[in-house]
Design a protein around this ligand. Structure first.
Ligand SMILES: [Zn+2]
Ligand SMILES: [Zn+2]
Length: 145
């Protein structure tokens, strides 16, 4: 590409056409620069993503919702809820209490069973909603909240 462009330059004598070719070359350089810039921007974006993820890990008062495993649970003293629809009323709940509750229940289960238990939300018409950990392998279930 570069070679053929130089050859064309040498064959041309008309100054107007030369100017056009120079313009094209200039444009190619600009294009290359913008591609490089985009690449650098995407690198920067990746770095920001990584930092955000690390920040999330550092923030120890966040509790991942065990039901959807995507969102953080929002914990109020009398309420625990998640974007996925989990909505449970509690009393005197904190993120710390909730996390240790989840961890303890999971650890306790892992002592007697290797299967990953499932978390579900029960919803009865008259009963209050509660968070349930159940396992089909060892046939056990525990009400967490
Ligand atoms: Zn959720
Ligand atoms: Zn089990």
């Amino acid at each position: 590409m570069g070679e053929s462009l130089t050859d064309t330059f040498q064959m041309l004598e008309d100054p107007d056409e030369l100017a056009v070719l120079e313009e094209i070359q200039q444009e190619l350089i600009l294009q290359e620069q913008s591609v490089l810039e985009e690449y650098e921007q995407s690198l920067q974006f990746d770095e920001e993503c990584l930092n955000a993820m690390l920040d999330g890990l550092d923030t120890s008062d966040k509790v991942i919702c065990p039901v959807c495993r995507k969102n953080n649970l929002t914990v109020r003293s009398h309420l625990v809820f998640c974007q996925c629809g989990l909505y449970i009323s509690t009393q005197g709940m904190t993120e710390e209490k909730l996390r240790s509750l989840l961890e303890n229940t999971l650890t306790e289960h892992s002592h007697r069973c290797f299967h990953n238990p499932e978390f579900t939300v029960t919803s009865g018409m008259e009963e209050e909603t509660s968070l349930l950990m159940s396992c089909s392998v060892c046939d056990s279930w525990t009400i967490l909240l």
